[in-house]
Structures are given as C-alpha cells and as structure tokens.
Design a binder for this molecule. Structure first.
Ligand SMILES: [Zn+2]
Length: 218
C-alpha cells in the first residue's frame, strides 16, 4: 500500500452529495427509501424532521432567542431517495450487460410541510413504499413547485440484488440525514450568527508581544 501520495494520486470528493432538486423541463423518476431494517433507536419511517430557522444558513431551532429574533421556526423534513438516471422525458437509461441494468444515485431530499402534505396524500392512495414516483417541476427551480405521479412499480425493489446495491449507499447515508436539515448550533453560536454579542472565545496568540510573553514565562 502506498502511503505517500502526489497531487495526481488524490481525488478529492465532496463529503456530501448534492441534495435532490426538481428541474423545470425535466421529468425525474425517484423513489423514497424506507430504512432497510427497523432500528429501535431510530424508528422505521423514512423521514427526519426538525424545526429550523434560516439566517445565512439553516440551523436547528432552540425555542428561545432564535425565535425571538428571526420569527417562528419552520418544520423541514428530509429523506433519502433513489434517483434513476433517465432521459429528460423520464425514460430509464438502460445499462446493457450489467448486474444492475439501470444507473442511479442515492440523494438527500429536503422539503417543507407543503410538499410533505402532497406526498402524504399520494401515499394514502399508492403506498409510496412500493411505488416509484415521477416528478416534474413547474416554473422556477428556486421554488421547487413539484408535481408527483406514482409509477406502476418500484424498479429498485424488483430484485434482491438491486435492493442490496441501493441499501449499500443509503444505509450509510442515513446516519447523516438529520444534518441535512440544518446545523445544530449552541445558543452562543446562534447569538453570534445573529450578531447578538460575540460569544466568549478562547484566547489566541495575536501578536509577537503575546508570543514573547509566553516564551518568557516558559
Ligand atoms: Zn427558534
């Protein structure tokens, strides 16, 4: 095993993949991934939910100074999805001669209560655990005004080897899913973010004089 690497030996990959977004003019085929196994500490559902605020970035509400300063928090949910690689009209790209005959990504998908309501209504009729969904996006990408249509089947669940390939990605990503909703900041960090008096920071060596002082006392 080589330990010392040169520039070209290292490929830096982003730690977290991009989150799912609908794209106007494209039809996507996705599926919500329920956890592979029921975990007594985490439950069996596919969603995580937190109350969050936005100020430069999303952060978790602490029911206090944050709400006083930026107004009521907003519920956000996240789940993991399979996004099949398709043409822009939503038809699947086939991979000839491969064990998994389709290409896919596992992505985080974050949304608010309105979209959750749409999915819940659809789930009431179609059991989204066992059906893929096609997604179209109206208007502007920024607003993520999405329309969902259930599919007849769930391709990734048709064969055990397909499922195994998807779970291999999804079940490691699931651990990090709550982080997709926002940063879990301390009260001091929230105050700092909102510009409300700077939290006490540890002393730093800021000048040569400081450094000399330290060296003299050693
Ligand atoms: Zn709050």
């Amino acid at each position: 095993m080589t330990e010392f690497l040169d520039f070209n030996d290292i490929e830096v990959k982003p730690k977290y993949k991009d989150k799912y977004k609908g794209v106007p003019g494209e039809k996507h085929r996705i599926a919500i991934i329920w956890p592979e196994k029921e975990d007594p500490t985490r439950g069996k559902g596919p969603f995580v939910m937190k109350n969050t605020h936005f100020a430069d970035k999303y952060f978790i509400c602490k029911d206090g100074i944050c709400c006083e300063k930026v107004g009521p928090s907003k519920s956000r949910m996240a789940c993991l999805i399979v996004k099949y690689k398709t043409k822009k009209d939503g038809t699947l790209l086939k991979r000839e001669g491969e064990a998994i005959p389709f290409d896919f990504e596992v992505l985080e998908w974050v949304f608010t209560d309105k979209k959750f309501g749409q999915l819940k209504a659809l789930h009431g009729e179609w059991d989204l655990k066992n059906h893929d969904i096609t997604v179209t996006c109206g208007g502007n990408e920024q607003y993520q005004d999405l329309d969902f249509t259930p599919c007849k089947e769930s391709i990734w669940q048709l064969k055990p080897e397909f499922k195994a390939a998807i779970y291999k990605d999804s079940e490691t990503m699931r651990t990090y899913l709550p982080k997709a909703l926002g940063q879990d900041l301390s009260i001091d960090e929230i105050k700092e973010l909102l510009g409300l008096g700077i939290a006490q920071t540890s002393e730093v060596i800021s000048s040569e004089t400081d450094l000399n002082d330290i060296l003299e006392t050693v």
